[in-house]
Design a protein around this ligand. Structure first.
Ligand code: TYD
Ligand code: MG
Length: 451
């Protein structure tokens, strides 16, 4: 029988469907993202719907054994204390950043502790995986490899064994017979991921999906997948740096925005349990360098912010900011000029966060400003000084959350002094063994730094 198919165009970034080709997606604003696809008529896809009864929330019991430890502390932390049975975790990141490496290492631990793990690869041959496994000294007898891209067959294999976890590397390479479009398209990814999710839920097996990132930095078909999965982890960091940051951007089973820090070594990824010490290890007291404390998830991390202010030799001064929000720093520069009376109009300004880390919190405002002032005046900030606080448009310094956590970390690392928002200072209850000064405005900051 001839199937009834409808031609459509679908945005490969967000899944928006249009009857005709469009240059720009009206939903997500992506350019040139529409690809022709076919939509099966609804009648073909009707499935039996099972009706289940509602359950009283108090009658449900949660067992600790519902979480499996991956044996990698930093990964467990990002997952919210291990991976939940029956959950589906998406790990995204640039090619070559270490997704396959991390999951192979986790697979080894899971297999040793809990039994069979199936590692499905649509990207690499089995011998390639074996070669990597040897380098990583992955030795469990319970790891099974499968080179397969048809999702129905992957699930069939997974169902035949009693698995403790399933890894699919990568979601873009798998396809289902039920969707007609090419592997890697939004509809294929969505259908395949849905099937894997149903398997995870019904078998109670955690499923890890590896996802590629497009040039623009989003997982291909990101929105459709982010809705579906329980946890989304992103690998950040430059391939040029040894450090990799694994960040949870969504987590149904733990805090979002938690980070794990890893170092890529000759023997795979190793955990960095004390990131503050690593990020500050090369810190020298030169002008233009300020230390701030950011909170990522449940943990405070100290990082160094560097600024370089130099007279511009071009008519149009250069502004280059790495690791901090570009718009935000531009705004801070404007505040510094207008309220702090520091003339930066003819100066090139560069700001960099050391170690390839990206700061998304406004709490780093005060440190960015301090670094710029320090470089502008060519005077180093005092040794052992940590600075944090949000800066508003009128130059006022605003309170931020989790002050105690930041101060505690600073004092643990051996910092001697802290400059924080005045309103936070009033609310600090504990005593700390470092000298804390509160500032209300950037002018007070300039005064303190000058004295
Ligand atoms: P990989 O896990 O293949 O990346 P992804 O799956 O995210 O594409 O990581 C490969 C990179 O890591 C590659 O550039 C080599 C490097 N690497 C090491 O430095 N040491 C190692 O032990 C391994 C296995 C890889
Ligand atoms: Mg890979």
């Amino acid at each position: 029988m001839k199937q009834k198919l409808k031609r459509i165009f679908q945005c490969q970034s967000c899944g928006y469907i249009s009857a005709k080709w469009l240059g720009k997606c009206p939903d997500c604003g992506e350019w040139n993202s529409f690809v022709e696809d076919v939509l099966e008529s609804e009648g073909l896809k009707k499935q039996l719907i099972e009706y289940t009864k509602p359950v009283a929330i108090n009658s449900l019991e949660i067992k600790i054994s519902d979480r499996l430890s991956t044996g990698i502390g930093e990964l467990d932390r990002v997952l919210g204390g291990g991976v939940v049975k029956g959950s589906i975790v998406l790990i995204g990141g640039d090619p070559g950043i270490g997704k396959s490496t991390l999951l192979l290492q986790a697979t080894d631990n899971l297999a040793k502790k809990y039994g069979k793990v199936l590692y499905v690869s649509g990207e690499e041959s089995l011998t390639q995986i074996k070669l990597r496994a040897e380098r990583l000294q992955v030795s469990s007898e319970n790891i099974f490899l499968l080179s397969e891209t048809l999702v129905e067959r992957i699930i069939q294999c997974a169902e035949e064994e009693k698995l403790s976890a399933l890894v699919v590397d990568s979601i873009q390479t798998v396809y289902t017979e039920e969707a007609i479009s090419a592997p890697g398209s939004v509809s294929q990814i969505r259908e395949s991921a849905t099937k894997l999710m149903n398997f995870a839920k019904s078998a109670g097996v955690p499923v890890f999906l590896i996802g590629h990132v497009t040039k623009e930095g989003a997982i291909a078909g990101p929105r459709v997948l982010e809705h579906l999965v329980d946890t989304v982890l992103y690998f950040e960091g430059d391939r040029g740096y040894a450090y990799r940051i694994l960040r949870s951007v969504k987590n149904r089973f733990g805090p979002a925005n938690e980070i794990g820090v890893f170092e890529m070594t000759g023997m795979g990824l190793s955990e960095v349990e004390n990131p503050s010490i690593i990020f500050l290890s090369e810190h020298a007291t030169t002008s233009g360098s300020a230390i701030t404390a950011t909170v990522e998830g449940t943990r405070a991390i100290l990082t160094e912010i560097q600024a370089l202010v130099a007279p511009s030799s071009f008519g149009m001064p250069r502004r280059n900011f790495i690791g901090v929000d570009y718009q935000r720093v531009n705004l801070l520069v404007a505040v510094l000029e207008k309220r702090g009376k520091i003339n930066l109009a003819g100066a090139d300004i560069f700001v960099n966060v050391v170690g390839g880390i990206k700061i998304t919190e406004p709490s780093s405002d005060l440190a960015v400003i301090s670094a710029i002032i320090s470089s502008f005046k060519d005077t180093p900030l005092p040794d052992g000084l940590v600075i944090f606080g949000e800066v508003g448009l009128s130059g006022e310094v605003r309170a931020i959350a989790q002050t105690e956590l930041r101060i505690k970390e600073a004092s643990r690392i051996g910092m001697k002094r802290a400059i924080i928002p005045k309103s936070n200072l009033e609310r600090l209850k504990d005593k700390f063994n470092l000298k804390i000064s509160g500032v209300r405005s950037i002018n007070e900051l300039i005064e303190i730094l000058g004295s």
